[in-house]
Design a protein around this ligand. Sequence first.
Ligand code: FAD
Ligand code: MLT
Ligand code: ZN
Length: 532
Amino acid sequence: MSFKLFCTRAIASHIGVGSRIGFDATSSLWLKAGYATKTINLTSTTYPNTHRNPDFAKVSNSDVLFFRSIVGDNQVLTDDLDAYNEDWMRKYKGQSKVVLKPKTTEQISQLLRYCNQHKLAVVPQGGNTGLVGGSVPVFDEIVISIANMNKVRSFDEASGMFKADAGVILENADGYLAEHDHIFPLDLGAKGSCFIGGNVATNAGGLRLLRYGSLHGSVLGLEAVLPDGTIYDSMHSLRKDNTGYDLKQLFIGSEGTIGIITGVSILCPARPKSVNVAFLGLESYEQVQETFKKARNELCEVLSAFEFMDRGSQVFASRFLKMAHPLSPDDENEVPEYPFYVLIEVAGSKKEHDDEKLESFLESVMEDGTVADGVVSQDESQLRTLWKWRESVSEASTIDGGVYKYDVSLPLPKMYSLVETVRKQLGERQLMSQEDTGMPVVDAIGYGHVGDGNLHLNVCVREYNKKVETALEPFVYEQVQKERGSISAEHGLGFQKKHYIQYSKSPVEIQMIKDLKKHYDPNGIMNPYKYI
Ligand code: FAD
Ligand code: MLT
Ligand code: ZN
């Protein structure tokens, strides 16, 4: 086979350029997974074994008066709170009666000090795009939204150091940096809605971790407020600092359990001048791995993303996007029969050089039969379209009513077998059918960040259903434990995995985490019923 097969196909006409699917990039509001179940049961009803902690006080009128005195009447919300109580998947629903929207770190400090003294539980909330039920209350916890803290503080072009309030929307941060020829070192499908503080709080991974690494490396400083109101200010620009424990790391991935992040200082790379994307069809998961191996060897420094999707995930994306598949441009309803698809992005500084590298790589994997088919984007809008077939899988998975999500780290060779094992389990229990609408599960699909050893297993359901959940949990976590993987590669523990951390952490590790939590949050007011 020759490289000619990669020439542009007629996909340009299907392209809908715009922001990320499902999100309103112009404001901090987010559009929920459009198709998921319309009514959401209260979390406390779905999970009756979780009880409200009686040590927590209930919000009184005098509390509300105090909050108003700190943040102003308009920033204390007591009506129409569904957007703050309900999560993106429409799986969890809390019963908060009060949402606070402070504008400064000092206000957050006063609010937390008061809540701590009065034993009022709180939930820090960013863009509310979290996928583990961590961003919404379970009972009547007060929501502290950081949406009003949305200013860029500074940017230094020489070093690439970007400092901003934690409530800046990721896409806005990246847009600001683009004007200065830099890029935010994190990108994900929810970028039009999630906040950089939420990204740090969840230690989000995203689509280019392969290139830019984890936030544990790129975040150089943080500002955060501890539950007692203490302001921890370490908004450094230092790349090297070996004086004592690296405290900011405690907040990265802490999911709102030990404090509220109010400022982020992060090292941003120069924006690549040329970006190109190839979308490939493959006959087996072994070939996905082989293609990854070759891509790492041959594309080296220009490889910026390597994502895979199984056919099931493309079927959902096709139903959602309602456009012709990149590898089947002439038929809007057809997803080709390849069992696996790979999206490869290259990004560099010299277009001819980068294109040449990609072309010769593609020629070699086509010629030796590792890859069966593929297309390469020819311009920016085609590039966006190809990305849509990867990024939309998240929202597309909810199209029939809901989704049970698992985001696991596994050794690469074992990664996809988890999907097959789960499909078997659901089949044996007679819970899954694409045709029979009486069955709760439509399909179990797999996709994810091959470059990071991170599989997303989505069990797409017609409704949230206890039988399905019991078939999946702890079953999925047991499978992951057997391979010494992690039950959360990127979405975190939240409410969903609070009782399952032992599948990834030892008793000693769990005790150390509990000790830290107790030390910083002795009253347990920060995001209770979650994490640990
Ligand atoms: P929220 O959802 O509001 O909060 C998440 C958690 O962080 C909660 O526990 C909350 O209490 C806490 N928190 C939020 N802000 C603060 C703060 N300032 N201080 C302390 N705690 C805080 N995740 C990935 O890792 N990779 C992906 O590729 C990815 N893609 C996604 C695609 C879609 C379509 C969606 C809906 C979600 C995706 N996510 C992904 C999950 C999600 O973790 C990220 O969207 C994001 O990091 C969450 O940010 P947020 O501002 O929405 O936080
Ligand atoms: C992704 O990689 O698309 C995200 O982590 C979100 C998801 O899996 O839904
Ligand atoms: Zn992901």
